[in-house]
Design a protein around this ligand. Structure first.
Ligand SMILES: Cc1ncc(COP(=O)(O)O)c(C=O)c1O
Length: 400
């Protein structure tokens, strides 16, 4: 009898986490590394949020909470959905987890059986397909490349749906491309979904607040209220308030799904960290000034990075609508040789050679399901990004 489970054999460690760890190890060993592989804002958590956490600790809010979250935070999340998304969720239709990641995990564990299919548009966030596999389902990858602006078309969505399709995972703005679906593009997809009542929608809205005008964020249950009873609207404080380490995500959805997810959570982590829940309450209900400040900084950096990368021969860098990533194509560099004679046959070769030659850590496109590309996180200072892009340019010019 094997010791390790079959479930484990179906997944791989997160490539983004692995590359970020490798870059950190190289840095610790004294190499001059610029890490642009991690998916977290480089700003500190706003001071009012940190103060709320200290207060919660000093007031002794240190015991387990209800598995679905404190009543105060659930009420604040319901109010947030009403205020910002026009979505009407009762606090009992809301739950809090240890990051958006655990929300997704709970939802998939609570609903998937062997043979159930989950449509995952690619490029995808690295965790979606593996979480589906871990929960026993089958990811059905639906590629959407540069030609379609990294957005799936209604026709392709309709063609991917089968009687076994249980979920569509929808992520706008997207990690890794930053591509966002405007209202019309989203409505075209919801029209397809309305014709397939067995398909649920898992909308991962974690980058909601990092969206650049004229693009305007919208979410499926808001665009098509007819989908509300089969949509899980997922969000969190990690990206919106620079709180990746606090591990608070949340979701709104139909009561029976929220109750099922809460059962899974009650048998795994019990509840999200109590102190972090009080901090998240302050993030959602306190001063919102951080959001606009961070958005302005990310917009400036997006334009800086797109401008510098797109000017490099062989690189084609589209302009994203949101998030803090660019996902340039390196089609023009495939087949070339590095100065030490290695062939760039795939995007993984490019990212590895780039790291070795210049110390710039990025993530190769194959990790996200669409190649040949690489993902650059621009959650770094303007000076760091400028230096990184110059190193990338110098590296590309050495390729022959
Ligand atoms: C698309 C997407 N969804 C969800 C998450 C999970 O975020 P967290 O678990 O920190 O809330 C991430 C984090 O990188 C992400 O990029």
């Amino acid at each position: 009898m094997p010791f390790l489970s079959e479930a484990l054999a179906r997944i791989r460690p997160s490539p983004t986490v692995a590359i970020t760890a490798e870059a950190a190890a190289l840095k610790a060993a004294g190499r001059d590394i610029i890490g642009l592989s991690a998916g977290e804002p480089d700003f500190p958590t706003p001071p009012n949020v940190r103060a709320a956490a200290i207060r919660a600790g000093m007031e002794g809010r240190t015991r387990s909470t209800a598995p679905a979250g404190t009543p105060e935070l659930r009420a604040a999340i319901a109010a947030k959905f009403a205020r910002e998304n026009g979505l009407d969720y009762a606090p009992a239709e809301v739950m809090v987890s240890t990051g958006g990641k655990q929300v997704l995990f709970n939802a998939l564990m609570a609903t998937l059986d062997p043979g159930d299919e989950v449509i995952v548009p690619a490029p995808y966030w690295v965790s979606y397909p593996d979480m589906v596999r871990l929960a026993g389902g089958t990811p059905v990858i639906l590629p959407a490349g540069l030609e379609s602006g990294f957005r799936i078309t209604p026709h392709a969505l309709a063609a991917a749906i089968t009687p076994r399709t249980k979920w569509l995972i929808f992520n706008s703005p997207s990690n890794p491309t930053g591509a966002g679906y405007g209202r019309d593009a989203l409505r075209a997809l919801t029209e397809v979904l309305m014709a397939h009542p067995q398909v649920w929608v898992l909308s991962d809205d974690i980058y909601e607040h990092i969206a650049y005008p004229p693009f305007r964020f919208c979410t499926p249950a808001e665009v098509e209220p007819g989908l509300r009873e089969r949509t899980l609207t997922v969000n969190g404080v990690s990206k919106a308030y620079a709180m990746t380490g606090w591990r608070i995500g949340y979701a709104g959805g139909p009561r029976r799904l929220i109750d099922a997810m809460t059962t899974i959570q009650s048998q795994s982590t019990t509840n999200a960290c109590s102190i972090s829940q009080w901090a998240a309450l302050e993030a959602l209900t306190g001063d919102q000034g951080y959001i606009a400040e961070a958005r302005a900084a990310f917009l400036r950096r997006r334009d800086l990075v797109v401008g510098l990368l797109d000017a490099i021969p062989g690189i084609d860098c589209p302009v994203p609508e949101g998030a803090f990533y660019v996902y340039p194509s390196i089609r023009g560099l495939i087949g070339k040789r590095t100065a030490d004679g290695r062939i760039i046959a795939r995007d993984a070769d490019f990212a590895a050679a780039l790291l070795e030659a210049t110390g710039v850590a990025t993530v190769f496109g194959a990790a996200f399901g669409v190649s040949p590309n690489f993902r650059v996180s621009y959650a770094a200072s303007d000076a760091t990004l400028t230096e990184a892009c110059h190193r990338i340019e110098a590296f590309c010019r050495t390729l022959t």
